[in-house]
Every structure is written in structure tokens, then in C-alpha cells.
Write a protein that binds this ligand. Sequence first.
Ligand code: VGL
Ligand code: ZN
Length: 212
Amino acid sequence: MRITAHDVLIVTDVQNDFCPGGALAVPDGDAVIEVVHRVAARFEHIVLVQDWHPADHISFASNHPGKRPFEQIDLPYGSQTLWPDHCIQGSFGADFHPALQLPQAELILRKGFDPLIDSYSVFFENDRITPTGLAGYLRERNLTRVFLAGLAYDYCVGYSALDARRLVLEAFVIRDACRAIDLSGSVARIEREFAEAGVALIESGELATVIR
Ligand code: VGL
Ligand code: ZN
């Protein structure tokens, strides 16, 4: 597959808290790093995304007395999974994993900073309405095909890919450049939605073997 000047690699949430030893560790999360580095060499445009919560964030179980991580609650914008405290602004857990080295990235986009709403997708907060600004950024720069990598496959990466399709962008999820949380069937669910929305699943080898 040939990468062009209209393609962007979006590397999501490769942060200490989502890697082994972190507060919301995704199994094998740090294994994405070498795959991301390999595919990044093909791209002219790279965006990094950082989950970036205040300590009083509504998605933290610790802010809901009597609730435990991974329970669901109903909020004005819909159902919300509660998480362990993670990616607190300025903390070590919120830093990118130290092995992730992409100094050529053109934008670092932070999400999840509003205390009252979570944001899995890099395009919209969890109300599916409030924009992060990334759609406008890509539009102004004429970046029309998004390639997604990082953590977690079934949450941030997955919701982002679905929203990309809603925005009429072409969306490719690089499967081996992602790892999943897999909570109550979340992987099967997101893959059903990928199929309905026209999100393409590819492997890094489909990019890495082709010379730009
Ligand atoms: C994510 C849960 C909570 C993600 C972020 O990046 O997939 N998941 N915050
Ligand atoms: Zn989060």
C-alpha cells in the first residue's frame, strides 16, 4: 500500500499508564512501540495523541463513592465505564512511554481534559458532539486518509476510526500496531462496528514492504 502526502499516522495514547506497570495497563501495550516506529518511517505526517485528565475527572471510579473501576454508570451524555485514575495531567503516567521516539510528529493533541466528560475518540468527546479540533486541523492541512495505531484498540483507537468515517475520512487501523483492553466483549463489538462503518483493518507489513 502506497502512502501519500495526504496520509497521516495517528499514534494514540502510548503513555506510561497504558503500558505494563501503569495504572490502566493494556496487556502487552508497550509492544506497539517497535511496530509504530517501523511504520512511522513511511509517513510524512504524524500526530501524537495524549490522554490528559484532571484529578477530578468524571471517568475515575475514585470520584464516585461506592463505585469500582470497570463498572458502568449513566451520565448525561450516555453510559460511561469507570476507570482507575490514569493519565493525570503532568504525572509520570501521562508521559509518553520513554521508548516512543517520534520527534518528527507535527502535532500533539490532548484529550479528556474537561472534568465532566470523557473522550475516547481523538475527534469527538464521548457525547459524540464536542469536537477536539483534530478534524479541522486535518481538513486545513488536506490530510484525508488516517492510519491509526496505539492504545487501546477497542477504545481510543476504535472510537477514533469510527469517527473518522463519520467525518468521511478514509480510515485504516493497523492491527498489529495496536493492543486491546478487551472488556466485556469490546473487541468483538468494535470490529462489528468497523465492518459496518467501512473501517479497514490492515497489518503493518502491508505498509512497511512498500517503498514510498
Ligand atoms: C482509553 C480508557 C480510558 C484509551 C483512555 O485511550 O483507549 N481508554 N481512557
Ligand atoms: Zn482516559
